[in-house]
Ligand binder design. Structure first.
Ligand SMILES: C[S@@+](CC[C@H](N)C(=O)[O-])C[C@H]1O[C@@H](n2cnc3c(N)ncnc32)[C@H](O)[C@@H]1O
Length: 268
């Protein structure tokens, strides 16, 4: 029978979602595990205030991006987790957002299962939920959107985006795009081609839920040009759909409000 706290037994890997950045969005279970972990293997999306919650004596291993854009390859991370589970009691694999939403948590869990390593998955607030809430954009709304879709804009080696365009170009559904910044121009062009109006409100939420959150509001047609002027590569979530027009009214988090860069965006 599973106990509520497998940390009292040996060699368990906890695949934990850290949420989008605000440490107050951690689950109670994630917070507790950070306090008792022997080792924490973390990704680059995990925010500094969350890393600061790890006791100073706990071993930390960075598994994200390092200098010159190299990553610890996924097969190496998988092997590392198995090795750690064989020598440590409580291994926390800490990932941004939710581990099972575009987080490769599923791949790591499969590898652990195949190698007979005990694991648990601790869900986190995915950036779609966190960023939309902190930007004042309800993902659904009875009058504006009857559904929401999460897609990734990331492709390997600049391959064409292979998405279900006719379904995605639905004005009554909100579209949330993870990792979509570099492919936004192609994405926008495809959606317009498949019938989504060019003046559909569109937002980019940058560093969502963090003190430096920035929300840019434009339209499907204009957002690519707006985003192209921004420097760096901070985490950026795209939200496309009628609900984005509510951001001006509901933005409770940003001290100076959302940055409306296209004045054709109006709430109905
Ligand atoms: C590899 S995916 C990981 C998603 C994560 N598992 C989740 O559930 O949010 C990385 C993408 O998540 C989005 N993201 C994560 N944290 C974010 C944040 N604080 N602000 C804006 N976007 C964020 C961005 O689109 C980023 O490119």
């Amino acid at each position: 029978m599973r106990t509520q706290d497998n940390a009292s037994r040996t060699g368990c890997v906890y695949i934990v979602g850290a949420g989008p950045g605000d440490p107050d969005l951690l689950t109670i279970k994630a917070r507790r595990l950070l306090g008792i972990a022997d080792v924490v293997v973390f990704d680059k999306l995990v925010s500094v205030p969350i890393l600061d919650l790890i006791p100073s004596g706990t071993t930390r291993i960075f598994a994200g991006k390092v200098a010159r854009h190299h990553y610890m390859p996924q097969p190496d991370i998988n092997k590392l987790l198995v090795q750690l589970a064989r020598s440590q009691r409580c291994v926390v694999r800490l990932k941004g957002g939710d581990p099972f939403v575009f987080g490769r948590g599923g791949e790591e869990a499969v590898y652990l299962a195949e190698h007979g390593v005990r694991f648990e998955v601790v869900p986190g607030v995915t950036s779609a939920s966190g960023c939309s809430a902190y930007a004042g954009i309800p993902l659904t709304h009875r009058d504006l959107a009857h559904g929401v879709r999460y897609v990734t804009g990331h492709t390997r080696d600049n391959e064409p985006l292979d998405l279900d365009w006719p379904r995605l170009a639905d004005p009554a559904t909100t579209l949330v795009v993870y990792m979509g910044r570099t492919s936004l121009a192609r994405l926008s062009e495809r959606l317009i081609t498949y019938g989504l109006p060019a003046d559909t409100p569109a937002a980019a939420v940058i560093n969502g839920t963090r003190p430096d959150q920035q929300t840019l509001i434009a339209t499907l047609a204009t957002l690519p040009a707006v985003l192209s002027t921004l420097d760096g590569a901070p985490p950026t979530l795209l939200i496309i759909g009628r609900v984005v027009a509510l951001a001006g009214t509901l933005d409770w988090f940003s001290p100076k409000g959302a940055d409306v860069v296209c004045d054709t965006v109006q709430a109905d």
